[in-house]
Design a protein around this ligand. Structure first.
Ligand SMILES: [Zn+2]
Length: 361
């Protein structure tokens, strides 16, 4: 008999003896999405109000769209100890220019702006030159990086075509674009694959919570998780002069030993930890060891809608030894209590060194 079955049998025997069969049934019929147990655990809590070192958020987006909203954001950054936020606009053309006016012009130094990749008509013969020309235009307007460029299997560009007609990052048509990024010293933030659980069915073995299933790719016409990571390796290998920042621990935060090998292989690769608090917090000792070893390769970033609680939860996770903290998935998170020297590198040192701080004209 399996352990699970044994437990059910012994629980029902227990319930019969105590007359609690109804409670067993009631709780057993609650949908997993509604399961939010109250914890009786009593622990000391620590909530640092500001980052220990003035932090640079290397992964954010156009979360605020009016001047008043951006002003609020800057105030929130001041209150929580965030010096600069990198806006990965992913945009080209007019959409990019609007972000220049909204973020860069009024707040020089408080925001850094990334542009996207032009993907219109990528089958046309002049595509490689057009992509480069738009990159140069955005650079002159103030772009200091490129991203977030997402390759979850269906390639770059919208209205994605079927296999064989897609624009994957290792496509020869993008060679001139990556080379121009290197020439202009523009780091590229790449999102490769996704959390491995996105390639598993949304069934009773699924690792992440229901909200994450909007990213589920199981059964879709896309390459496997391993195949997308192989595209990443070919890309980085073929463009050694371009600086890449693979976001979300390159979606390998679940296997830090494998991720170490990737970092050891590619000196032009860095990582951002955005939106993977739940990955670090469930393995606090392994994650602290990894971040200490690769303290010059990882950038702090959020990828989350800015609010006070969100920023403070990062300081609590990285700076304190608090335990059993709530997270966005089934499991609880544990503080990493990182040493000062490591924290400083993650919060700002690496961003200062790796990103492009050339002033906007
Ligand atoms: Zn993002």
């Amino acid at each position: 008999m399996k352990l699970g079955a044994l437990l059910v049998v012994s629980m029902s025997v227990f319930a019969q003896r105590n007359g609690n069969e109804d409670a067993v049934k009631t709780m057993g019929s609650i949908p997993i999405k509604d399961w939010t147990p109250d914890s009786s655990l009593v622990l000391e809590e620590h909530h640092p109000a500001k980052a220990r070192y003035k932090a640079i958020d290397a992964h954010s987006h156009v979360y605020r769209r009016t001047a008043a909203e951006v002003a609020d954001w800057v105030r929130l950054m001041d209150e929580t100890g965030v010096e600069t936020t990198v806006i990965l606009s992913g945009a080209t053309g007019e959409a990019f220019d609007r972000s220049v006016d909204l973020y860069l012009k009024p707040y020089p130094g408080r925001f850094q702006l990334y542009c996207g990749l032009e993907t219109k008509d990528f089958d046309a013969a002049d595509y490689p030159q057009r992509a480069v020309a738009e990159l140069e235009r955005c650079y002159r307007k103030g772009a200091r990086g490129v991203g977030e460029l997402s390759e979850k299997g269906s390639g770059y560009g919208r209205g994605s075509q079927g296999a064989g007609k897609r624009l994957h990052p290792d496509d020869a048509r993008l060679g001139p674009f990556w080379k121009k990024c290197a020439e202009l010293k523009l780091p590229v933030n790449i999102h490769m694959a996704d959390h491995p659980s996105a390639w598993r069915p949304a069934d009773n073995h699924q690792e992440r919570s229901p909200e994450y299933q909007r990213y589920n790719q199981y059964g879709k016409d896309v390459p496997s998780y391993a195949e997308v990571l192989a595209i990443r390796d070919r890309l980085i290998d073929s463009q050694p002069k371009t600086t890449f920042v693979a976001c979300h621990f390159s979606n390998q935060g679940n296997d830090l030993a494998a991720l170490s090998k990737v970092l050891d292989r590619f000196p032009n690769l860095h990582l951002d930890m955005s939106a993977r608090h739940y990955e670090m917090g469930r393995q606090p000792r392994a994650a602290a060891k990894f971040l200490t070893r690769y303290r010059d390769r990882v950038l702090w970033g959020t990828d989350l809608t800015p609010d006070r609680k969100m920023y403070l939860s990062w300081w609590r996770l990285l700076e304190t030894a608090d335990e059993y903290m709530p997270g966005p998935n089934w499991w609880r998170l544990y503080g990493l209590e990182l040493p000062d020297a490591v924290l400083e590198q993650l919060y700002r040192g690496n961003a200062r060194r790796v990103l492009n701080w050339e002033p906007v004209q």
